[in-house]
Design a protein around this ligand. Structure first.
Ligand SMILES: [Zn+2]
Length: 265
């Protein structure tokens, strides 16, 4: 006699009313399910199928399964042979269907590529037409960073890394912002995002000289006070040792570094 076990019909099953399978030595011989129909009375909502055919009107999943198991147990050799043959046939059908689907997907991909190539629309890298320098948000005039923020917003781009350059490329059929972006998982991903409106003009260029300053001083928001728009320097505020004595961003060291470079260039 085979070992009879129960499995879930679907991998994400979680409730006591989900569909189950009935297995004999791992080979599926049937299953049980709960009937929600208005025409079925409470207490008779479980049904099963398998060696006994379709069997309805059972009070519990176990009762519905028992009907199938009893018929199976009366002639285990017959049912084992029958369901094994069925499983082999079904496996072959599934394999054939998967192969057909893969072939169809490959053909569709090739057709799309050929179509794009014919129209000259292959999404290859293009010339850089605009660059948002790394750390720009920390040293540029407020009007300028607001304009960049509004532009990103209008194009549905969020989570952009401030510590990497973001380049706007003119590609065959579109503008693409090539950038690093924070994923929900917390790590950065390199991506090319479609952009549909022209970027704002920038008046200040890259400032690699400020990177050591930003490594020490960083802007932060304080959850206890509404600093929705205004920022504080985390390092200087922590050094001041008080939550109420907030050192506004840019703090003196940062402001000095920013203006020093502006004077010398
Ligand atoms: Zn500071």
């Amino acid at each position: 006699m085979a070992t009879i076990t129960r499995g879930w019909r679907y991998a994400d099953s979680t409730t006591d009313e989900d569909d189950s399978t009935l297995l004999a030595d791992g080979i599926e011989i049937g299953g049980a399910y709960w009937c929600g129909s208005d025409s079925i009375r409470d207490g008779e909502r479980w049904a099963s199928f398998g060696p006994a055919g379709l069997s309805m009107g059972h009070p519990t999943r176990e009762a519905a399964e028992d009907v199938q198991v009893r018929v199976y147990a009366a002639d285990p050799q017959r049912w084992a042979a029958e369901y094994t043959a069925y499983a082999v046939q079904r496996g072959a059908e599934l394999t054939a269907a998967a192969e057909l689907t893969a072939a169809a997907e490959l053909a569709a991909t090739r057709a799309t590529e050929a179509n794009l190539q014919r129209r000259g629309l292959v999404d290859e890298p293009g010339p850089t037409v605009w660059t948002l320098p790394a750390y720009h948000v920390l040293y540029a005039p407020q009007e300028e960073t607001a304009a960049v923020a509004a532009w990103l917003d209008a194009n549905g781009i969020d989570g952009l890394s401030a510590i990497h350059d973001a380049r706007l490329e003119q590609r065959a059929d579109r503008l693409a912002l090539v950038c690093e972006r924070l994923r929900p998982t917390g790590d950065m991903e390199a991506c090319a995002l479609a952009v549909t409106t022209p970027p704002p003009a920038l008046t200040v260029g890259p400032r690699p000289d400020l990177e050591p300053v930003f490594a020490e001083h960083w802007p932060s928001r304080f959850p206890l006070i509404d600093y929705d728009a205004s920022l504080a320097c985390g390092a200087c505020t922590r050094a001041a040792g008080s939550r109420t004595a907030v050192i506004a961003w840019p703090c003196n060291p940062v402001a000095t570094a920013i203006s020093a470079e502006l004077v010398t260039t």
